[in-house]
Design a protein around this ligand. Structure first.
Ligand code: PGA
Length: 261
């Protein structure tokens, strides 16, 4: 983590918590964190679509300094796209961050880099910040193809986005073999790939973009491993799945600084 980049700790709730459970979780999180816990870190929660309005209402009513996030979106503004949600609908709910290209979307729902690129552009056009995800499978890592896979994802997902906009983006490196498995990349492996991603951004968009862009690590981040992961120079935050469902665990990850050696 660099002092210049403010870390972003994001909780991706995936397809968990109905809107009643979502209200309880955001309230518990608010109780578990103090005002000063937010001094050095940005925090976002990404509930399912059906919970967004409820969580937004609690955040506003209680003045909780947690940003609202979404897990996905469609790239078209409106129209005959049954089951989809547009970025203007999300922006209207005061959503700040939208995850695009999560590996579960890519692997289970066939999302391509060019679709991820269209989504990222739609999120930006609606005045929100995309969290653009990338990462390799275990087979790709074992075959020595992890870096080239991630390079293709960076280039494809960010194609055509202006350097000054890339500087404000959030990228998330999530090795697929570490998601929901209890396996975490070692801090050294995670740092190595996040450094690689930053150098790809420098090559494609220049040094200022590479300096500004925030790169999260995701994949079995827990209270116990967050301090060391967050201590790496090119890791600027965490995208947390399972541990984000339990407010106290997520609060301890947000407070990683207190547990750093
Ligand atoms: P996990 O999920 O923390 O449960 O591994 C991370 C993610 O998919 O964002």
């Amino acid at each position: 983590m660099s002092e210049a980049r403010r870390p972003l700790i994001s909780g991706n709730w995936k397809m968990n918590h109905n809107h009643f459970e979502a209200i309880q979780t955001i309230q518990k999180l608010a109780y578990a964190l103090n005002a000063e816990d937010y001094d050095h870190v940005d925090v976002s929660v990404h509930p399912p679509y059906t919970d967004l309005r409820s969580v937004q209402t609690v955040i506003q009513a209680d003045d909780i300094p947690v940003a609202l996030g979404a897990q996905n979106c469609h790239w078209e503004a409106s129209g005959a796209f049954t089951g989809e949600v547009s970025t203007s609908m999300l922006a209207k709910l005061d959503v700040t961050y939208v995850i695009v290209g999560h590996s579960e979307r890519r692997e289970l729902f066939g999302e391509t880099d060019s679709e991820v690129n269209r989504k990222a552009n739609a999120v930006l056009a609606a005045g929100m910040t995309p969290i653009v995800c990338m990462g390799e499978t275990l087979e790709e890592r074992q075959a020595g193809a992890a870096e080239s896979k991630v390079a293709g994802q960076v280039q494809g997902s960010l194609a055509g986005i202006a350097p000054e906009v890339v500087a404000e983006l959030v990228l998330a490196y999530e090795p697929i073999w570490a998601i929901g498995t209890g396996e975490t990349a070692t801090p050294a492996d995670a740092q190595q790939m996040c450094g690689h991603i930053r150098s790809l951004v420098a090559d494609g968009w220049g040094a200022a973009a590479a300096d500004g862009v925030r790169i999260q690590y995701g994949g079995s981040v827990k209270p116990g491993n967050a301090p060391e992961l967050m201590g790496q120079p090119d890791i600027d935050g965490a995208l947390v799945g399972g541990a984000a469902l339990v407010a106290d665990d997520f609060a301890r990850i947000v407070n990683f600084r207190l547990y750093q050696a």
